[in-house]
Design a protein around this ligand. Structure first.
Ligand SMILES: C=C(O[C@@H]1C=C(C(=O)O)C=C[C@H]1O)C(=O)O
Length: 445
């Protein structure tokens, strides 16, 4: 056994121990390229993280799931001994997410089998890259935790050095696809929603569709992640494989919330149009979107609701100017929203307050959620729900899990939705949903 270092003087009571070291490179693929479960990948801006194996797992269900996860994760971090000299980027984080709806309704053969209503894990192996820095962090639990964390560190430091660049592969191809609902079914659903809006029961509801694809070849989600880093570099790219079941992955443009100290950042993203074939056409479409009363209304509902949802936490909430967020296949209206918290708050408290924003739920929230449950013939599972990370200080970032799919080796189920307001046209909304499938569909067909 290696001699204990200074920070291990409390090892008798400590149940969770982290160790870390710098790496020359961060071969995140090598961490994901195994059958190990759970697995998690996250890339945002100049930071990417790959994690595998669980030192501790937290799951929760029902109305109190956000609170339960927060309490359990806080307790876990409170017990965790981390070397003082480990920089914040390399400190252990808990990774995970939530289902869209409270309470499970996994049916027979659901692609969401294995995905609890909330699941987080503190990984055994965490590899983080930020700008040119790379770090390996290991975590172990139990009476021999310190020794085990150090053994893992040595083993993985050697394993990761040996990793080399990989070819990110090609899409597997699709042999069969099934859409839920059909276009006729969608027309009926949108008509029913706009009638509810006309009757004053609703202001907005985001209705989603699912697309199940049978694949021609085995899907490698780490390969998809590598390819998406080229096509959607400005999006949150994520993948999570829980203890069992499929893998949830996507490239989402939408941040639900990030908390760093007392600074909160979020955004209102809603209202969509396509991309043009030429720069001039792109500009024309963007100008039309900025000018569209229907889209501006749809987006303002989201911005106002987020401001109200943040009010209990922050006396001043700043809403930026409305801009166009241009992605490879679609353009959206967007305003950035920032706030300074009145008190220290855990990121999961903000996640609970904000999910679902009317960008993926609707208004009023309860009526919209009821309409979604009654209308959609599939389980949203983790689609359009919070996915991300938290650290020991209660900081963290969560994205909204859209532009996403859940997949096994030969089957993928994609999800995409559109905000329905009073003057929504069903066929235009249908086309918009098809555009929102593109980021993932392009990686499969
Ligand atoms: C619901 C989705 O996207 C959301 C809905 C949008 C809209 O209705 O215009 C735009 C961006 C997202 O907030 C999705 O991609 O599935």
């Amino acid at each position: 056994m290696e001699p204990l270092r200074g920070d291990e003087t409390t090892v008798g009571e400590t149940t969770v121990v982290a160790r870390g070291c710098r790496l020359d490179d961060a071969p995140v693929r090598a961490v994901l390229e195994t059958d190990a479960r759970p697995r998690f990948f996250w890339a945002a801006g100049t930071e990417s993280i790959a994690a595998r194996g669980s030192a501790a797992t937290v799951t929760a269900d029902g109305q109190s799931r956000f609170d339960d996860v927060r309490t359990a994760v806080e307790a876990l971090f409170a017990d965790c001994s981390v070397p003082d000299d480990l920089p914040s980027v390399a400190r252990p984080r808990a990774f995970g997410g939530f289902a869209f709806h409270n309470g499970t309704h996994e049916g027979e053969d659901s692609p969401w089998d294995g995905f609890p209503s909330a699941a987080f894990f503190l990984p055994e192996i965490q590899v983080t890259r930020r700008d040119d820095d790379a770090w390996l962090t290991t975590v172990a639990t139990g009476p021999e935790a310190a020794t085990e964390a150090e053994t893992l560190l040595e083993e993985w430091r050697d394993r990761l050095v040996a990793d080399s660049e990989r070819n990110p592969g090609t899409p597997p191809g699709i042999s069969h696809r099934k859409r839920t609902p059909t276009q006729d079914g969608w027309r009926e659903q949108v008509a029913a929603a706009t009638e509810s809006i006309d009757r004053g029961e609703l202001q907005k509801v985001v209705l989603a569709q699912s697309l199940s694809a049978t694949l021609d070849a085995e899907l490698s989600v780490p390969d998809v992640m590598a390819r998406l880093s080229k096509t959607y570099p400005d999006c949150y790219r994520f993948m999570l494989s829980p203890d069992s079941g499929g893998t949830f992955f996507g490239a989402t443009p939408e941040r639900l919330v990030s908390v760093r100290g007392r600074t909160v950042r979020t955004e209102a993203l809603a209202g969509s149009t396509g991309r043009g074939d030429t720069p001039a056409e792109d500009e024309w479409l963007a100008a039309e979107l900025l000018d569209s009363e229907k889209d501006r209304h749809e987006q303002k509902l989201v911005a106002d609701a987020i401001r109200d949802q943040l009010k209990p936490f922050a006396s001043t909430v700043r809403i930026g100017d409305r801009t166009v967020r241009r992605l490879a296949t679609v353009q959206h209206l967007r305003t950035s929203i920032t706030a300074e918290l009145d008190d220290d708050e855990h990121v999961l408290s903000l996640v609970e307050a904000l999910h679902p924003t009317p960008a993926v739920g609707g208004l009023p929230p309860d009526a919209a959620l009821r309409t979604i449950r009654e209308t959609e013939a599939f389980d949203r599972g983790w689609y359009a729900a919070p996915i991300g990370w938290v650290d020991a200080a209660g900081n963290g970032t969560f994205a909204v899990g859209i532009r996403s799919a859940v997949a096994t080796e030969r089957e993928a189920t994609l999800f995409a939705g559109a905000g329905i307001v009073a003057d929504s046209d069903p066929d235009r909304e249908w086309d918009e949903v098809q555009l929102k499938y593109r980021p993932i569909l392009d990686e499969l067909e």
